[in-house]
Design a protein around this ligand. Structure first.
Ligand SMILES: Cc1cc2nc3c(=O)[nH]c(=O)nc-3n(C[C@H](O)[C@H](O)[C@H](O)COP(=O)(O)OP(=O)(O)OC[C@H]3O[C@@H](n4cnc5c(N)ncnc54)[C@H](O)[C@@H]3O)c2cc1C
Length: 301
């Protein structure tokens, strides 16, 4: 958690790439055979960056078996570090309609695609697309069984890592905010003090949620549904805290927070983009439905 938070502080795009790398390590550790884990560890020792590219582009990635190996077709649409990642964990759909994870090499420059287009923030994450059409995958590059990627609680619990990175950006924003008010001699103003207090509360609230979510993700005695609901709420609590913090910083610094090229503007722009994570409504309402008739799982933590 400290590493992800610290990296988010330094640079949110770097944090996104590190978070993807760690996610791949975690999934190989969970679902790989001993031989796959050994081989992957060896590959990582050469210093490569791994990526997790699951969001499909057009057309989506399909996998078909042929003559003892597998052939892919289709495009991954949101691929962070598309020029830096050399091995990606991707999902592909088989002819039966089931999703399977696999490790694929991603070093061919002419397969790179524009992806989602130019994002307003997170440009340094180098998020593009990658075309896997006619990439051949040996059987020992398939990871786990069909459906493992979506298996709970890991599928939702892993979101704590993205929240830890976002928290790092909040830390940075609070520091930049305090620093600028001090430098401009505006920090002692009671309205500004009020907002600094509010910002500190938001920062600490997000930190407590992230810690709670990280503990839940690794709590062996906690029910899987408790883990999922806790991490889902944590993800949204951090999102809300970060959005409120951005509003406070903009109100306090005024137009100075909108000057392109200033660190405070860059961090806010990256953070607003980074906070767009999948299915937020579902995460909130699923967690609400679970906790309707379950108490908060203090015991398992
Ligand atoms: C900088 C950056 C880097 C990324 N890198 C990667 C990467 O390396 N690999 C990767 O796989 N992905 C990556 N992604 C994509 C990411 O994983 C998500 O797919 C993306 O962030 C989802 O955001 P969204 O707002 O479009 O989500 P959505 O889930 O589309 O949510 C948008 C809104 O629609 C609602 N909604 C969701 N589903 C439905 C539905 N069925 N019907 C009606 N409403 C719905 C949501 O609740 C929300 O209100 C990256 C994204 C960003 C921003």
């Amino acid at each position: 958690m400290a590493l992800l938070r610290r990296t988010g502080y330094v640079n949110l795009s770097l944090g996104r790439c590190l978070e993807g790398h760690v996610n791949v390590v975690r999934l190989v550790e969970l679902y790989g055979t001993p031989e796959q884990r050994r081989a992957f560890a060896q590959t990582l020792k050469s210093g490569i960056l791994a990526g997790i590219w699951v969001t499909d582009g057009t057309p989506p990635v399909i996998i078909r078996q042929e003559n003892g190996h597998y052939r892919l077709t289709g495009v991954k649409g949101f691929a962070s570090g598309v020029k830096q990642v050399s091995l990606a964990l991707i999902t592909a759909t088989n002819p039966q309609g089931h999703s399977i994870m696999l490790l694929a090499p991603t070093t061919e420059a002419d397969r790179r695609r524009p992806g989602p287009g130019t994002l307003t923030g997170m440009q340094a994450s180098g998020t593009g697309g990658y075309d896997f059409t006619d990439v051949i995958i040996p059987p020992d590059h398939l990871l786990g069984s069909t459906g493992d990627y979506l298996r709970q609680p890991e599928f939702s619990a892993g979101a704590w890592r993205g929240s830890a990175v976002a928290l790092g950006a909040m830390d940075r924003l609070v520091d930049l905010f305090r620093q600028e008010l001090l430098e401009r001699g505006r920090a002692a103003n009671p309205h500004q003090l009020y907002r600094i207090g509010e910002a500190l509360i938001l920062q600490k609230t997000a930190a407590m949620w992230v810690e709670q979510a990280a503990k839940a993700a690794y709590a062996p005695r906690m029910k899987p549904d408790d883990v999922v609901a806790t991490v889902n709420l944590a993800r949204l609590a951090v999102e809300r805290a970060a959005l409120e913090l951005i509003t406070i910083v903009q109100r306090s610094l005024g137009l100075s927070a909108f000057v392109k090229g200033k660190a405070v503007e860059q961090v806010m722009r990256d953070l607003m983009t980074y906070l767009r994570q999948p299915a937020p409504d579902e995460a909130l309402t699923d967690a609400a439905a679970w906790f309707l008739d379950h108490d908060w799982p203090e015991d398992g933590l």
